[in-house]
Each structure stands twice: as structure tokens, then as C-alpha cells.
Design a protein around this ligand. Structure first.
Ligand code: SAH
Length: 359
């Protein structure tokens, strides 16, 4: 749109903006236009004689003109909105619009066909979500024992330390070196509500500490032992224990569940949480071993299963392991935690277990 305009040197921009504001001359609906050394402000009307003299006296080198200005755009409401006109129809279809945020870091999956547009997508994400300051893309699947994944920063601030809040807790961790899933937040709080006063809990596969620390802050448990194999995750967990002031109630162990449980946790716990989705069945024996031999206890077992008939496999694994290790079990609850892929879901089975004979 063509409007009356005033152009000054960039060094005078701030002072002129203030004066135009005082004179109620600035047009707030259009964006000032910037050139290498000068800036032009759009005016809401033509200045009168007195205003013109006043302005010229303050800024002898200013120039009046009529110029075209772009309107301020309102912030796009969604990623798709921000990308309107920048992607073809097929590209828009391929766009994955769900992403995880860990504090102000967003983690997005860029399908191969869209890799040339990744910068535009990341910028659109920054534009449509003012709380996001860094956009990373998944550069590898989660792999190895540590379930870590490679991430590449594609836009925004170059940082990989997340500060993430959940259920009155704050977690700081390196997004690439440790596993963390914000999607398990509901589970953490759900279990917190089941924990009774003075319970002793074992969190096997503790990561940077979210299960144990959420329990400490949201239940009346006595303490939680948190076992983690990845030294980077364990280091972040120690820091998170301090950050949340739960020292003494969350006791971290760096090491393999296989070794830590028999050495330190045998018979000490009332509840065992096993958030290792892929191979937790290999560790059921260790979970049984943690439980108090007289009272038994409750186990929360997470696993990935086919969407069809989702509990059959999980239950037969649990029953098989229980009979092998001389335990009697009772299923308390089972629930779908989240979809993992079109045909795989993550489920959790809560069951009580007690050793039928001493071993
Ligand atoms: N409970 C955490 C992390 C789950 S991922 C959370 O929800 O954020 C599984 C974690 O188990 C990883 O951090 C991995 O390093 C750890 N891990 C894998 N095998 C292990 C083992 N044998 N003993 C102890 N920790 C193990």
C-alpha cells in the first residue's frame, strides 16, 4: 500500500520512531522498509506545516516521500498455515505436523522427500510457535542400548540442552546423548497416584530420572532407586535430583540392571517400574528379585506390541516369566500408552507378584 513516508539514516531510526509516536503520525499497520543505511517509516497521514518544520529541525537530513509498504502479517496459527504457498500440494501431504517439544527445543521428523525444504519448515515452526527457540530434526532412529538418537539443529538457537517441566519437576538434559520421552508424562503421574505412603520403588532403566523424580514430588513414597546404564543419562539424572531437591529420596545407580539388582536391590522394593519398551521381558527376573520376599509387590511392565490383539503377547510373556521364576501374579490393570507406528503400540501392564517359594 502507498503511504506518506519519512526516510532517515538508520542511526536516527529510534529517535524518529519516538517522535512520530508522540506526534501520532506513525502508521502501526505497516512494516517500516529498510535499506542498507536508511529506514522509511509509514505515516498515518500527511504531516501539517508545523509538524514538518519540527521534524526537519530535529532531523535535518530526513526526506519525505510517498512509498509502498507491506502490511504486518498476523502470526500464522499453525505450521501448515506458516508454510502456505511455500510447499506444493504433495509436499504438504508428506509434512509430519506433529512434533515433540522439550522446553523450547522442538524435534521434528523431516521425510526424505522434503529434505530440500527443511529450512523453510523449521523457520515456519519458529514463526508459528513463539515459545520454540530451536528446531532439530531427527537424523537417526533411536538406537543401541542407550536408545539415544542423532539430532541436527536446522533453525534457531544452537543448543542441545533441554529444560523441560513436567508435574512440578524440572529436567535438564542433553537431547542427543540420553533418552527422554515427554509422551510418558501421563504414565509418570498415573503411577505417582498409585504409590502408597512409605513405599520403596525401583525404577529400572531410569534415563535422566523422570519417573523417579516425578514420584518423589507427587507421592508419599519413602524412596526410589533409579538404575541407569548410560553414563551421560546418569550424570544428568544426578543433576536433576539436585535441581528438584529430592536428594535422599531418589537414589541413583549407574550400572546394568543385571548387576545392580542382585548386588543392591534384592528384596528391597514394594514396586518396580520398567520403562524399557523394547526388551523389558529380558529383565522380568530382575524385577521379581527386587520385590520384598514376604509381601511381594507391584510391577509396571512396558512393552511394544502389535496393535492387533495388543495384550495377548504381553500377558503370555509375563505369565511365562512368572512361572519360570516361581512367582504367582495377578493382573491389576492394562492400558495402551501410545501409538508407536501404524501397527505397533506401546502398552503397560500393572500386575502384583509374589514369590511362591523362597529362592
Ligand atoms: N525411563 C526413562 C528412560 C527410558 S529409555 C524415560 O522414560 O525417560 C531406557 C533407558 O534404559 C535408557 O536410558 C537406557 O540407557 C537404559 N538401559 C538400557 N539397558 C539397560 C540396562 N541393562 N541396565 C540399566 N539401564 C539400561
Amino acid at each position: 500500500m502507498r503511504l506518506h513516508a519519512i526516510t532517515v539514516r538508520k542511526g536516527d531510526a529510534q529517535a524518529l520512531r519516538e517522535l512520530l509516536g508522540e506526534l501520532r503520525l506513525i502508521d502501526g499497520k505497516h512494516r517500516p522498509a529498510s535499506a542498507p543505511f536508511a529506514i522509511s517509516f509509514p505515516l498515518s497521514r500527511e504531516p501539517d506545516m508545523g509538524e514538518t518544520l519540527h521534524l526537519k529541525k530535529r532531523f535535518p537530513k530526513l526526506e519525505f516521500s510517498i512509498a509502498a509498504f507491506e502490511p504486518y502479517l498476523s502470526r500464522p496459527k499453525s505450521l501448515k498455515d506458516a508454510l502456505r504457498g511455500k510447499l506444493t500440494e504433495t509436499e504438504t501431504k508428506n509434512l509430519v505436523t506433529s512434533f515433540d517439544t522439550l522446553g523450547d527445543i522442538a524435534i521434528i521428523e523431516i521425510p526424505k522427500e522434503l529434505s530440500k525444504k527443511e529450512k523453510a519448515i523449521a523457520n515456519a515452526l519458529l514463526e508459528s510457535n513463539p515459545r520454540i527457540k530451536t528446531v532439530c530434526k531427527k537424523a537417526s532412529a533411536r538406537k543401541g542400548k542407550y536408545r539415544a538418537q542423532k539430532l541436527t539443529i536446522i533453525a534457531g538457537k544452537r543448543k542441545k540442552i533441554a529444560e523441560y517441566r513436567e508435574s512440578n519437576c524440572l529436567f535438564k538434559f542433553h537431547v542427543e546423548k540420553s533418552f527422554f520421552s515427554p509422551r510418558l508424562g501421563t504414565e509418570r503421574l498415573r503411577i505417582s497416584k498409585l504409590i502408597k505412603k512409605d513405599e520403596v520403588v525401583a525404577v529400572l532403566f531410569a534415563g535422566v530420572g523422570p519417573f523417579a523424580i516425578v514420584f518423589a514430588k507427587n507421592s508419599k513414597m519413602k524412596k526410589a532407586y533409579a538404575v541407569e546404564l548410560n553414563p551421560n543419562a546418569a550424570k544428568d539424572m544426578e543433576q536433576n535430583i539436585k535441581l528438584n531437591k529430592v536428594e535422599g529420596r531418589v537414589i541413583p545407580f549407574l550400572g546394568d540392571v543385571r548387576e545392580v539388582v542382585p548386588a543392591k536391590l534384592k528384596g528391597k522394593c514394594d514396586r518396580v517400574v520398567m520403562p524399557l519398551p523394547k526388551d523389558a521381558h529380558h529383565f522380568l527376573e530382575d524385577a521379581f528379585m527386587c520385590l520384598n520376599p514376604l509381601r511381594g509387590g507391584v510391577i509396571h511392565f512396558y512393552t511394544f506390541v502389535p496393535r492387533e490383539n495388543m495384550y495377548r503377547e504381553a500377558l503370555s510373556t509375563i505369565r511365562g516369566a512368572a512361572s519360570k521364576h516361581g512367582c504367582s501374579i495377578r493382573v491389576l490393570r492394562k492400558r495402551k500408552v501410545r501409538s508407536y507406528s501404524p501397527d505397533t503400540v506401546q502398552v503397560v501392564v500393572d500386575f502384583s507378584a509374589k514369590r511362591a517359594k523362597a529362592n
